[in-house]
Design a protein around this ligand. Structure first.
Ligand code: ADP
Ligand code: ADP
Length: 232
């Protein structure tokens, strides 16, 4: 479902060039929950942003659902991005919009009709357990509830893939577990492939099928979670 071939990304900072990730090769299978773990600065965010081309890799190929993304025009990319949902550590909600409008936002962008938007938003509110909070503003919600809004918004256009950028790092352990359970539920019920980045081993151990360990911009280890982390 996601195929990264020889991805590298350099940032220029004044006269020096910093290689944030180097020669990354990764395949995430359809229906899998795949985790990328590494310390701060290892290159996790850069890698994730290369998957939906929020960042263009300096070299390499990015395929999602068989489609090569690096050569698409920006309007073609806009269409392809609807197949990729993303959630964030700090939720990135529109603070002046209600829960309902936050979730409806990507549907409006996709020019869905009003009635259809209402129907879809109600379905998503049910899925993430926020039916009773639909008319609240983000400031009136707990962290876990905000992330549920983020998840509903990310799933609005029925993506094949959900990318999670440190999605539980701002949450307490109990809330983290409830969000992880929701991600597993979404993966199993809807068949959505999940690629997540985290610095927390607990997240990898509790929900991922396979993992890649990234250090100084390179994959240093990858495979099934139990094999990678139970080695002598
Ligand atoms: P992580 O998500 O694992 O913390 P990042 O991908 O954010 O790692 O960063 C990897 C490296 O690339 C770090 O050295 C970081 O400082 C650098 N970096 C990330 N984004 C930029 C940028 N926009 N400009 C310059 N350097 C960057
Ligand atoms: P994260 O919480 O994902 O690790 P960071 O704090 O590393 O985020 O980065 C936040 C933003 O700053 C990102 O958009 C990243 O691209 C940018 N950034 C990170 N490191 C640098 C850097 N050395 N120079 C310029 N921008 C950077």
């Amino acid at each position: 479902m996601i195929e990264l071939k020889d991805i590298s990304k350099s940032y220029r900072s004044g006269s020096v060039s910093v290689e944030a990730i180097r020669n990354i090769n990764l395949t995430v299978n359809k229906g899998e929950i795949f985790g990328i773990i590494g310390h701060s600065g290892a290159g996790k965010s850069t890698l994730l942003r290369c998957v939906n081309l929020l960042e263009r890799p300096s070299t390499g190929s990015v395929k999602v659902g068989g489609e090569e993304l690096t050569t698409l025009s920006s309007s073609q990319l806009q269409m392809q991005r609807r197949r990729i949902g993303m959630i964030f550590q700090h939720f990135n909600l529109l603070s002046l919009a209600t829960v309902r409008s936050n979730i409806a936002f990507p549907l409006r962008l996709a020019k869905m009709g009003m009635k259809e938007i209402d129907r879809r938003v109600n379905e998503l509110l049910k899925l993430v357990g926020l039916v009773d909070h639909a008319d609240k503003y983000p400031s009136q919600l707990s962290g876990g509830q905000k992330q549920r809004v983020g998840i509903a918004r990310a799933l609005a256009n029925n993506p094949d893939v959900l990318l999670c950028d440190e999605a539980t790092s701002a949450l307490d352990p109990q809330t983290t577990n409830s969000i992880l359970a929701l991600l597993v539920d979404i993966n199993q019920k809807l068949g959505i492939t999940i690629l997540l980045i985290t610095h927390e081993m607990h997240v990898i151990r509790s929900i991922c099928d396979r993992v890649a360990v990234i250090d100084k911009g390179e994959v240093v280890e990858s495979g099934e979670v139990l094999k990678v982390f139970l080695k002598p």
